[in-house]
Design a protein. Structure first.
Length: 47
């Protein structure tokens, strides 16, 4: 019930959420880049 403990828990949860969010954003960006790359590759192969 110390205020320091609450602050520590808050910082820990925020860092966990931010790392999760950054990982999700990174995965989404890599997915979009790979999808665009494969689409351009198929266009080059077809033409």
């Amino acid at each position: 019930m110390h205020p320091y403990l609450d602050f520590f828990l808050l910082v820990t949860s925020i860092s966990c959420v931010s790392s999760l969010f950054s990982r999700m954003v990174y995965t989404g960006i890599m997915y979009i880049i790979s999808k665009m790359y494969f689409m351009s590759l198929s266009v080059v192969v077809l033409h």
